[in-house]
Design a protein around this ligand. Structure first.
Ligand SMILES: [Zn+2]
Length: 351
């Protein structure tokens, strides 16, 4: 059974380059059943400070893709607060600042469409009922929807008024901070001594997992499980990316931020493309030390974002989803942070 939702996107025809690019996103439930819609990978997963929390829009300028430059979270299981309640026949909407996570403030002609393929939805009579369904591990139904497109022009204005994406702000702040005295140490912000020990151990263990993953790259069964058939191109991509992760961990002085300053519900950890800071959130400390979806695995996941430019590919949020991605869309699996995490977790455990 398929649930139909309707998405609408509105914006201005024109923005000045110093002006936030605000768009209105509306999601409607035209059916006759009340629905709870998972907000992950949709524009509803949004915070004032960081903007969007996923690459849920396809943005182009003059036909060229404009890359996502927002938070890359690893999440735990969905909780009730991760859902939007959409009663039958009703709609929900919000205003988003697109420029917080996509660099759309340079002059140009932009096209934006919502990248929403299948959103998990639950039919539940109340939040308590939804909580029971989640507790029982019931999968939601998948919604189908038609995405809409907006086009707008950004006009030239003096560059000193330029707005930067949140990723750019983070990288600029990191570049302006005092350099480390020792090149290859890790540092912590906030957190108790015990938490720092746990994260420091996960960092060291994650590094060992990466080394073991590299040494086992020719293991056919393991490669197939997480990255699909080992074509020369995919083998090279995975070898290169693990090499980037290893080099990043050896050469960059990472900061683990344990202050919980950017930690929406269900977020285990997150970072930004090209950043040298990794934010660790409460659910991280409930994970096992090693294995699939573990503390050490999360470290590999986050470093794959910062050093190898991987993404959080929709549908690959758990081991089953990541294995399915490897089987059905292997070229996406070699871009998926969770597939690196799980491969390393398994390769490391067998080493
Ligand atoms: Zn991620």
């Amino acid at each position: 059974m398929t649930v139909h939702l309707e998405a609408l996107l509105f914006g201005n025809a024109k923005y000045q380059s110093s002006e936030p690019v605000r768009l209105t996103f509306v999601l409607a439930n035209p059916g006759d059943t009340d629905l709870y819609v998972l907000t992950w990978n949709t524009p509803f997963d949004y915070t004032q400070e960081e903007g969007l929390w996923s690459d849920c829009f396809q943005v182009t300028e003059g036909g060229k893709a404009v890359p996502y430059d927002g938070p890359l979270p690893k999440r735990g299981r969905p909780r009730v607060e991760d859902f939007l309640f959409l009663p039958a026949g009703r709609a929900g909407g919000l205003v988003i600042n697109l420029d917080k996570t996509y660099p759309v403030t340079n002059p140009g002609m932009y096209r934006v469409s919502a990248r929403l393929r299948a959103i998990p939805v639950f039919m539940a009579g109340s939040r308590e009922e939804l909580a029971e369904l989640l507790e029982a591990g019931k999968p939601g139904m998948l919604s189908e929807l038609i995405s809409t497109l907006v086009e707008f022009r950004v006009d030239a204005l003096p560059l000193q008024n330029r707005l930067f994406t949140i990723g750019e702000q983070v990288r600029q702040a990191e570049a302006a901070a005092a350099p480390f005295e020792e090149a290859v140490e890790i540092r912590f912000l906030g957190g108790s001594a015990g938490e720092r020990d746990i994260v420091g151990d996960a960092h060291q263990t994650g590094f060992v997992l990466v080394q073991n993953a590299i040494s086992r790259i020719d293991r056919d069964d393991l490669f197939r499980e997480w990255f699909g058939a080992p074509s020369p191109g995919r083998l090279q991509a995975v070898r290169d990316n693990f090499g980037f992760i290893k080099a990043g961990m050896e050469q960059t002085s990472f900061i683990y931020d344990l202050t919980r300053s950017r930690c929406p519900a269900s977020t285990i950890a997150h970072t930004f493309p090209g950043s040298s800071t990794i934010w660790i959130c409460n659910p991280f400390f409930q994970l096992p030390r090693t294995g699939l979806d573990s503390q050490a695995g999360t470290i590999v996941h986050e470093h794959s974002h910062t050093s190898a430019g991987t993404s959080d590919v929709e549908g690959a949020d758990d081991p089953d989803g990541a294995r399915t991605l490897a089987r059905t869309k292997p070229d996406q699996a070699v871009q998926s942070a969770n597939n690196y995490e799980y491969y390393a977790g398994e390769a490391g455990a067998q080493a």
